[in-house]
Design a protein. Structure first.
Length: 106
């Protein structure tokens, strides 16, 4: 019986804390830092001001949350943007077409 042991999370060892790469860590850290600065600068006694103060941290945290089949939400947004803004060219390789080549009948 040939059985192979392949670790399911082999790429996690390349990530910081097991789920952040360097760019994600910078984004998340800067969002948290801006939120702390806003909480110190603004008067957060009102609910609306408190929401504004913590919004950068929440937005950056949302961007780096892991999602299935992608690394995180930021990569989903990046892939969707690339899909909708670049020209798509699909090459048909089916059984009912001559692969786009002209056939001459003699």
């Amino acid at each position: 019986m040939n059985s192979y042991l392949i670790p399911a999370n082999s790429k996690k060892s390349m990530l910081k804390f097991g789920w952040l790469n360097t760019v994600d860590l910078i984004i998340f850290g800067s969002g948290i830092a801006v939120s702390f600065l806003l909480m110190m600068i603004l008067n957060v006694n009102q609910f609306s001001i408190a929401v504004i103060a913590i919004a950068p941290g929440l937005i950056c945290g949302f961007l780096v949350i892991p999602v299935p089949n992608y690394h995180n939400v930021r990569t989903v947004i990046k892939n969707a943007w690339n899909f909708y803004t670049t020209r798509q060219r699909y090459i048909w390789k089916g059984w009912c077409l001559d692969d786009g080549e002209e056939t001459s009948k003699k």
